[in-house]
Design a protein around this ligand. Structure first.
Ligand SMILES: [Cu+2]
Length: 743
């Protein structure tokens, strides 16, 4: 077959010029209205709209939230009420990774002048954004249709990490065309401090073919901050040192220095990357990482016509202050860790719950051509505990993969996902030529703030915004059949839902996984330890804690242990770590107490079949913890709750008892592969993997605020003899504790 790479660049320009009122008022009442932008049209002051700035009255503001009086928006109209395209700046770099059915690109465009938009700034070493070293390929050269007859590329990325601000001065310079190219980050129209990679939100999209070599130079220019980047979903076989976990696989990148990550994009699929240090991910350090296959290798290639670079849908939760403001957490003003908003590909609008005003920043728009089938790649890059519920108006979702692992296709209408999960689905553009709403609702705790975001599925030549009413949090799109229901009733077929454990792997499963008895079986209960304030605040005592939304002061325990990082990475500096730092459920340090803090490490032999049973002893309603394993995809063998109606709360003891009685749900018919799985509240997950990737791999709850209070442990597969050599001139770190001199 003759595969053609074609690119389509569609830029819908709008006429929107801003001037910033840098005068007083910032941080005024409640800090909510600190975005003091005035809007001008056609270059002249429009005084009637000055008060609204990026705010716009929301017609669909539900009554009963934030007071009954909805103030006037000062005469402004925006996309929500005008229905026209004046306020939208959309940009679509379209890469076709499958051959067209014949003829030219949709819309009759020739491809010669077209190029992807997202890839034209900040990556390279010269002003054209091209690497100036022979043999390196630029990001847009790598984001290509993958072909059987083409050798792999060496894809070079340069990431500049720094403090930045939404709605900053760059936005004054470059509007009306606020794009990544001009360094203007709009976010949801709320001015705030953020962290950025190349002044983009999300960070640059890495899109490559399986087998490409990835080189990312991470230049840390964040004052007073260290950082690492983790490539979530990539197994790093042979390149364990570049998994990006601080004090496990590397020393953090110190301020002012550059760290070169270098690895092969070995396993295909929809992945992403994010900071793995502290709380930085929540402030903006994340981006998509797509590894495509050739059509002959991609098992579901026949199910879609297009797999476009622009049809990546990255959802993130968004706070209106920096994440550290919420850690360990406050008791009075905005307690807990609920996000104010959700972003879709870094874009969105925000409704102030106190005033009912809505920002009129652009929504993300995904463009399709009637009659064609499109692969979408959805990434849940949330940080908080809210599950995300994704629904697209009038379009069923044909789910074909999760966490990069293909599954037998299933049709659903809604996907519920947790932080760290990815879902690939196919949409057929078989409805009327029109625009349709895409809604992402934050569930669980996000119900308190009613955090949601919209995007638009737009048929070519249709309006930029649907004419139908905006779905709101309380009057949303119909759910239909749900993938991944929160109630975890997974052992029976049901018309309204499909559980992750009911998905079928589309690849053959390792025979060893399917044998009845694994080589190693590990039961891991996890819970919170609740401190009484009198226990916590004692002279000379400095135990870490998180203030939960209800005011409780807690830490996380897995098998009775709260994880702490060692001072040096065991992978490269095992000799520098005091052996007594390591522990596990069977080897607890003496007198460790109920808040036992040590480096939780579970050793498994290389190539062993490992079964892990995660048991939720947190048992907080509406809270399911998603666990992510680095270095592997595991097979999800079972998900469930106790079949015993008398048992109100599951525990390790009860789970062991169920297992003895053969009542832990396991099914061996093509168990799906995943690397992130939510353990249903008051339930359990059974997963298995073959420990064929030697190294130290973090296994942790992917809720950011749970990770930093110890809901983590290490799987140590194999021995140091199984590891590849430490890369030359690898950084070193650790304690400096020389003997004390007494004279
Ligand atoms: Cu958790």
């Amino acid at each position: 077959m003759d595969f053609t790479q074609r690119c389509l660049f569609v830029l819908a320009l709008v006429f929107l010029v801003l001037s910033v009122d840098v005068g007083g008022g910032a941080g005024g009442a409640g800090g909510r209205r600190n975005s003091r932008l005035k809007k001008r049209k056609g270059g002249s002051d429009d005084q009637t709209s000055a008060a609204a700035s990026w705010w716009n009255q929301d017609d669909s503001f539900p009554s009963g939230i934030g007071g009954s009086a909805i103030p006037s928006a000062g005469g402004t109209t925006g996309p929500s009420s005008s229905g026209n395209s004046d306020f939208f700046s959309s940009s679509h770099g379209v890469l076709q990774t499958h051959p067209p059915l014949g003829g030219d690109l949709p819309g009759g465009r020739s491809s010669s002048f077209l190029k992807p938009l997202y890839a034209n700034t900040g990556f390279g070493l010269n002003f054209n954004g091209k690497p100036n070293v022979a043999g390196l390929s630029s990001p847009d050269e790598c984001a290509r249709a993958c072909r059987d007859d083409e050798p792999p590329k060496v894809c070079y990325f340069r990431f500049n990490l720094e403090f930045y601000t939404t709605l900053g001065a760059a936005c004054q310079l470059c509007l009306p065309n606020a794009t990544n190219a001009c360094q203007c980050v709009l976010g949801d129209g709320f001015e705030k401090s953020i962290l950025t990679i190349n002044r983009q939100l999300p960070g640059p999209s890495i899109q490559v073919c399986q087998g490409d070599r990835i080189v990312v130079d991470v230049d840390n220019q964040m004052q007073g901050m260290e950082v690492t980047l983790h490539w979530h979903g990539l197994w790093q076989q042979g390149t364990q040192y570049y998994d990006g976990v601080p004090y496990v696989t590397q020393c953090p990148i110190s301020e002012g220095s550059t760290f070169r990550y270098q690895f092969i994009a070995g396993n295909p699929g929809t992945h992403f990357y994010h900071a793995h240090t502290g709380l930085q991910k929540l402030d903006g350090l994340y981006g998509s990482f797509i590894v495509r296959q050739t059509p002959s290798e991609e098992v579901h290639a026949h199910l879609y016509d297009y797999d476009l670079t622009t049809h990546v849908m990255l959802a993130s939760d968004w706070m209106h202050e920096v994440a550290q403001e919420r850690f360990p957490g406050r008791l009075q003003r905005i307690p807990g860790q609920e996000p104010e908003n959700i972003l879709i590909n870094g874009k969105g609008q925000y409704m102030d719950p106190n005033t009912g005003y809505m920002t009129n920043t652009p929504l993300e728009i995904f463009t399709v051509t009637p009659g064609r089938r499109y692969r979408f790649r959805f990434i849940n890059s949330f940080c908080t505990v809210c599950p995300a519920q994704l629904t697209i108006q009038g379009h069923p979702l044909l789910v074909i993969a999760s966490d990069g692992e293909p599954v037998h296709p299933v049709v659903v209408n809604t996907i519920i996902s947790f932080t760290g999960e990815r879902y690939d689905f196919v949409i057929t553009a078989d409805q009327n030529v029109d625009a349709y709403w895409i809604q992402i609702r934050g569930l669980g705790e996000c119900g308190n703030t009613r955090a949601q975001q919209l995007a638009v599925l737009r048929y070519a030549r249709a309006p930029y915004e649907p004419l139908s009413p905006r779905p709101t949090y309380d009057y949303g799109l119909a759910q239909g059949v749900v993938l991944n229901p929160l109630d975890a009733i997974c052992n029976v077929e049901r018309p309204d839902a499909i559980c992750v454990s009911q998905l079928k792997n589309a690849r053959p499963v390792d025979e060893g996984i399917l044998q009845e008895h694994p080589d190693v079986k590990i039961f891991l209960p996890f819970r919170f330890l609740l401190y009484q304030p009198e226990q916590l605040f004692q002279p000379h005592l400095y135990n870490r804690f998180l203030v939960a939304p209800n005011g409780d002061h807690v830490i996380s325990l897995v098998d009775g242990i709260s994880f702490v990082f060692p001072p040096s990475p065991p992978l490269s500096q095992i000799e520098d770590i005091p052996p007594e730092m390591f522990c596990n459920g069977d080897n607890r340090p003496p007198d460790c107490g109920e808040n036992c803090m040590c480096t939780h490490k579970i050793d498994v032999p290389l190539n062993a079949i490992v079964e892990v049973v995660l048991v939720d002893e947190v048992q907080q309603p509406n809270l399911s913890h998603p666990f992510h394993l680095h270095g592997y995809a595991f097979n999800v063998v079972g998900i469930g709750r106790s079949p015993d109606q008398q048992i109100k709360k599951i525990s390790l003891k009860h789970a062991l008892d169920l297992d003895r009685r053969g009542l832990l749900h396991r099914q061996f018919n093509l168990p799906p592969g995943k690397d992130t799985i939510a353990v249903p509240n008051n339930g359990y997950v059974v997963l298995r993997f073959r420990a064929n990737n030697p190294g130290y791999w973090l296994f942790h709850c992917h809720f950011l605020f749970h990770t930093v209070i110890g809901m983590d442990f290490l799987i140590h597969a194999g021995t140091h003899a199984d590891l590849p050599p430490i890369p030359p001139n690898f950084q070193r770190c650790g304690d400096h504790l020389p003997p004390i001199l007494f004279h």
